[in-house]
Every structure is written in structure tokens, then in C-alpha cells.
Design a protein around this ligand. Structure first.
Ligand code: FAD
Length: 386
């Protein structure tokens, strides 16, 4: 990655420094001002042409390269994702609507995403359909010239705040279970939709149950072809799985450790320092695997096995680095009350950031498809290639 990347990185860091509150740890905390800060920051990125850089100009982007978008992903994730939930709209909702949407759907949905004004949620998983997504039961049945949708989704991130849902429902029971699924774009404000938050250690807004009680939609709300939604979902998942640059936050926290600890860094046991070094190497490994997938994306095709290899590396990095950082953070305290060499504000931020990283990393090997399923996808790809 060369060219304009260092300049863009510098610009993004300046914007974060000037417009994101100091010690920001993400949009979804108990403090509503964090969410407001993220929404304002999205609008600022959009005004500066940095939110949907890779989108074509006709859809509100500036036709930048996927490598520039990779820089944005890295810098945003490293700084605790000040775009809040917008990354989903930018990474996969918008691009999927560009490829499969009607002109009317593109006009309705793409400009608000490009302006950073709208939040989407993904209604795929159900209580009995997670890894085995194709066995989902939420059903859309024909009703005159429209459809009535009934059923339940679970683990729907951001459903309490989303204006739209990218919903997968069964429209027919003929043939294989992957057949007969359809994507609908539905407004979350409809009274036939009920959202129940699930309390979790990730904090508010992350996880929810969503109930559809005879939600009425029309053919204009179908994305792509009726009964052919599985193909659309495969694309979505391939893009979603490389959408978050988790290695960038791991690397930022690991690299911050020596300066945060100052003189106390020398107190770390050699064995812990060795693990810290190994984690930095694993950051590099995950970054290179991500770049491999990005280069395939820029060539037009990402195979599920390649996205899976990256995800296995980056999600295990997330969890392993969280363990190492937690041990290191225990040293981010003054050795004695009369020590004045310690920068307490930074140390406090570091301890909170590490704790947040640890909590968030626990879900990494489940969200967007469990690590066991990623291993199966990778194994299949390797066996097919041998
Ligand atoms: C933080 C977070 C955010 C999420 N956000 C969303 C969202 O916005 N929208 C959405 O639709 N979903 C979302 N999900 C749901 C996520 O996609 C599912 O949790 C995931 O696909 C796993 O499904 P499940 O929870 O039903 O587990 P299950 O599929 O029941 O799996 C349970 C365990 O069994 C293992 N297992 C299952 N089948 C096999 C097999 N064939 N071989 C070997 N092992 C197997 C799994 O690996 C896992 O360890 C989110 C999940 C998390 C954790």
C-alpha cells in the first residue's frame, strides 16, 4: 500500500484528534454523548469525501481505490470506530444495493448512506439458524400484490437505533433450503416490528431480538430476485468478513504499551515481553492476509476460503492480544503513591481501552460466522485446490 496512503492516514488522524472526544472508546457506551459524537463525525467524514470514498461518484462517492478505503477502515477501527454503526452501510449495504438494487432503491437508499445519516441493521440470524443460516424460518407469504412477513431474528446489532433492516426471509419451501430465500429492505419504524434489546457485556445497542408481526411490504422492497436471496447473502458475508480491520486496534494498543508504562515497562517479566513481541508479529500476519483479500477484491472476486483464512488469523489475534494486553495493563499503575513520573490520564485510558478490547474480542470468533465455520470453509477451499 503506497501512493496517497500516508497522506490520507495523516488526514484521518488529524480529524480524529480534532473532532473525536479524547479517550473515546466507541459509540455504544452508557454515555449517549458518545453516540452523538459518532454521528457528527460521520457527517464530517461525508462532508470531506472520506466516508464512502470507493463508491462511484454517481452514488455520492469519489471513486477512490479499495486501498484508500482500507486505510480508512484501519484508522477508524484503531481509534475505536468513531463511525459507529455506519461502517455496515459503507462496507456492504451500499455496495450490495449498487449491484442488485433497482434505480428506485438506489435513489432512496444510497444518498443517505453516503451522507452518513442512516443506520442499517442485518436481519439474518434466528434462534435456530445461525451457522446453518439457510434453515431460517422467518416467512414472507404472498398477500395480494405484496407480502406479509412474520418471524423472529436474534443477535441483530444496532436494531434499536437502525432506520432500515436488510432482512432475509423465506419465500418458498421448494427445493434445497438455500433456494426460496429473499432479501427485503424494510423500515424499522413500522409498528409491525418489535425490537427487544439483549443485555450483554458489549454494551448497549449491540445485540437485540427483532420480531416481525405480519409486516406488510411490497415487491418494491425486494432486493434482487425473489427466491434468489442466498446469492446476495453470500456476497454480503464475503464483504462483511473483511470489513473490519481488527488488527489495527490490536497493533495500536500493543504499540502504545511501552510509552504508557514508561519506566514500569522494565518491570515486565521477559516472558510477557516475548508474548507482546509475538503479538506484534501476529498483527503483521493478519494485516498481510487482509491485504491479500483486498487485492482479490480489487480484482473482482473474493473466494470464501480466502476471507476465512483472514478471519481466523484476525479473530484469534484479537483474543490472544487481549490476554497479553490485560496482563500488561496490570503494570499501568504507579509502583507507589509518591511516583510522579506516571501519566495517570493516559494510563487510565489504556486500562479502559484494554478492558474494552478484551470484552469486544470475546465475541470476535462468533460474530459474522463462528471460527469453526471459518475453519470448515478454509478446509473445503484447500481440499478443492489440492
Ligand atoms: C457481537 C455479535 C454481533 C452479531 N450481529 C449480528 C447481526 O447484526 N445480524 C445477524 O443476523 N446476526 C448477528 N450475529 C449472529 C452471528 O452471525 C451468529 O451468532 C453466528 O453465525 C453463529 O450462530 P449461532 O449463534 O446461532 O451459533 P450456532 O450456529 O448455534 O453455533 C454454536 C456453536 O456450534 C458450532 N457449530 C455449528 N455448526 C457447526 C458445524 N457444522 N461444525 C462444527 N461446529 C459447528 C459453532 O461454531 C458454535 O461454536 C452476531 C453475533 C455476535 C456475537
Amino acid at each position: 500500500m503506497g501512493g496517497a496512503a500516508p497522506e490520507l492516514r495523516g488526514e484521518l488522524r488529524r480529524l480524529v484528534h480534532e473532532h473525536v472526544p479524547p479517550h473515546f472508546l466507541g459509540a455504544f457506551t452508557d454515555d449517549p454523548s458518545d453516540l452523538e459524537a459518532a454521528q457528527a463525525f460521520c457527517r464530517l467524514l461525508a462532508d470531506n469525501g472520506l466516508l464512502c470514498m470507493t463508491w462511484p461518484e454517481e452514488f455520492g462517492g469519489r471513486g477512490a481505490s479499495i486501498w484508500e478505503q482500507t486505510v480508512v477502515r484501519e484508522e477508524m477501527w484503531a481509534h475505536h470506530e468513531p463511525r459507529g454503526a455506519q461502517y455496515m452501510g459503507v462496507n456492504w449495504v451500499g455496495p450490495t444495493i449498487m449491484r442488485h438494487g433497482t434505480a428506485e432503491q438506489q435513489d432512496t437508499h444510497l444518498p443517505p448512506i453516503a451522507r452518513g445519516e442512516v443506520i442499517w441493521c442485518q436481519g439474518f440470524s434466528e434462534p435456530e439458524a445461525g451457522s446453518d443460516l439457510a434453515s431460517l424460518r422467518t416467512a414472507a407469504r404472498r398477500d395480494g400484490d405484496g407480502w406479509l412477513i412474520s418471524g423472529q431474528k436474534i443477535w441483530t446489532s444496532y436494531a434499536t437505533m437502525a432506520q432500515w433492516c436488510f432482512l432475509l426471509a423465506r419465500t418458498s419451501n421448494d427445493g434445497r433450503k438455500q433456494q426460496g430465500l429473499t432479501v427485503f429492505l424494510v423500515p424499522m419504524s413500522d409498528p409491525a416490528i418489535e425490537v427487544r434489546p439483549i443485555r450483554a457485556m458489549l454494551g448497549p445497542h449491540h445485540l437485540n431480538e427483532v420480531f416481525f408481526n405480519d409486516l406488510r411490504v411490497t415487491d418494491a422492497d425486494v432486493l434482487g430476485t425473489v427466491d434468489e436471496g442466498w446469492k446476495v447473502v453470500q456476497e454480503v458475508l464475503a464483504y462483511e468478513r473483511v470489513g473490519i480491520a481488527r488488527y489495527a486496534r490490536c497493533e495500536r494498543l500493543l504499540q502504545a504499551a511501552p510509552s504508557v508504562l514508561g519506566a514500569r515497562w522494565d518491570d515486565l517479566p521477559g516472558e510477557l515481553k516475548a508474548r507482546w513481541t509475538r503479538m506484534l508479529t501476529h498483527c503483521r500476519r493478519a494485516r498481510l492476509l487482509a491485504y491479500r483479500v483486498v487485492s482479490m477484491q480489487s480484482g473482482g472476486a473474493v473466494q470464501p476460503g480466502d476471507a476465512a483464512a483472514y478471519r481466523i488469523a484476525v479473530t484469534t489475534l484479537d483474543q490472544d492480544s487481549a490476554e497479553v494486553l490485560t496482563e500488561i495493563a496490570a503494570y499501568a499503575t504507579p509502583p507507589s503513591a509518591d511516583t510522579d513520573e506516571f501519566d495517570d490520564d493516559t494510563a487510565k485510558w489504556f486500562r479502559r481501552a484494554v478492558e474494552d478490547h478484551w470484552r469486544y474480542s470475546q465475541a470476535a470468533t462468533v460474530a459474522s460466522g463462528s471460527i469453526e465455520m471459518q475453519r470448515i470453509l478454509l478446509a473445503r477451499a484447500l481440499l478443492a485446490a489440492s
